[in-house]
Design a protein around this ligand. Structure first.
Ligand code: SAM
Ligand code: DTB
Ligand code: SF4
Length: 330
């Protein structure tokens, strides 16, 4: 049974370890559950871009951001399935569909359900991130066969209100409960490099590692600073606020140690990360990435660069069945 009773002091003590000791401990925990040279590949698609009524300070899809991003309507199901087929051809095992919504409207649900059924029918794992869900909507997604729902807590509970004012940390927890209760795997993580303190990073990992059940997957994003967003502008104006890459690796390592059976995803921000930093993240227990040259709206490393990185490191793409076998063995 994994621990969900971590204290903030214990987590702070992990962050304080000498770097080599921390990475060694994380790598040891990683190897106890996972093949150390396998990384799972997920591909993102923005199925509804921009015009979001929420005011998340990091996001270029918010109506409050002045980024000139063009808002679109929900994509049609056929185009989504075409894009999933391409991702599958490129070796991805999970297709993650994201919408810039505060929450889905009931009238959107039939198309969403069709997308889940269609992508599943192609033999890929499905993930959606659509904002807040009611109990009923979570049930509809579960019935459609949705494998994962991504809903991030993003930062520490005490910092949350400085980053987002249009919803609360508790709202986030409530949707996570609906998703869990519906039997959908939870994907929940956040962003580092938003000018937060070490104590906020401790609080962020603590909140994840003390959920009633650890998220099945934990995306750790490095802020992609987009001009015209509150936090992107802050980073352009005060570059010193940019997170130290060693501190980023520490955050990955502490996530791995405290949530030993979760997939830890090295998520946004890889485009501007060196091969060496990414290698340290894999050493520290990250075992999943987003593939392709685009995340939702911003750039990603791209398949050629990733293939070269994997070859350099001797890393293989994890097959969907491998993860399924690991789950069955638990
Ligand atoms: N609207 C939905 C929501 O917020 O739950 C789903 C889409 S939203 C873009 C998904 C996640 O992407 C956010 O919770 C945040 O962690 C991450 N994200 C958004 N913009 C980012 C950025 N500029 N840099 C890093 N991560 C970002
Ligand atoms: C997550 O934690 N990271 C992904 C996914 N969940 C949906 C999104 C990152 C988005 C980065 C900004 C963009 O490309 O729009
Ligand atoms: Fe909207 Fe999600 Fe962006 Fe927040 S992170 S503004 S909820 S799309």
């Amino acid at each position: 049974m994994t621990r969900t009773d971590w204290t903030r002091d214990e987590i702070a003590a992990l962050f304080d370890l000498p770097f080599m000791e921390l990475v060694y401990q994380a790598a040891t925990v990683h190897r106890a559950t996972f093949a150390p040279n396998e990384v799972q590949l997920s591909t993102l698609l923005s199925i509804k871009t921009g015009g979001c009524p929420e005011d998340c300070g990091y996001c270029n899809q918010s109506v409050s951001a002045e980024t000139g991003l063009k808002a679109t309507k929900l994509m049609d199901v056929r185009a989504v399935l075409q894009s999933a087929a391409q991702a599958k051809d490129n070796g991805s095992s999970r297709f993650c569909m994201g919408a810039a919504w505060r929450n889905p409207k009931d009238r959107d649900m039939p198309a969403i359900v069709e997308m889940v059924r269609g992508v599943r029918g192609m033999g890929m794992e499905t993930c959606m991130t659509l904002g807040m869900l009611t109990e009923k909507q979570a049930g509809m997604l579960a019935d459609a066969g949705l494998d994962y729902y991504n809903h991030n807590i993003d930062t520490s509970p005490e910092r949350y209100g400085e980053v987002i004012t249009t919803r609360t940390f508790e709202d986030r927890l409530e949707t996570l409960e609906h998703v869990r209760d519906a039997g959908i795997n939870v994907c929940c993580g956040g962003i580092v490099g938003m000018g937060e303190t070490r104590a906020d990073r401790v609080g962020f990992i603590h909140a994840l590692a003390t959920l009633p059940k650890h998220p099945d997957s934990v995306p750790v994003n490095a802020l992609v600073p987009v001009k015209g967003t509150v936090l992107g502008d802050m980073l352009h104006d005060t570059p010193l606020a940019k997170i130290d890459e060693i501190e980023f690796v520490r955050t990955v390592a502490v996530a791995r140690i405290t949530m030993p059976e979760s997939m830890v995803r090295l998520s946004a921000g890889r485009e501007s990360m060196s091969d060496e930093t990414q290698a340290l993240c894999f050493m520290a227990g990250a075992n999943s990435i987003f593939t392709g040259d685009k995340l939702l709206t911003t750039g990603n490393a791209g398949d050629d660069k990733d293939a070269a990185l994997f070859a350099r490191l001797g890393v293989r793409a994890m097959q969907a069945e491998v993860k399924a076998e690991l789950e069955a063995a638990e």
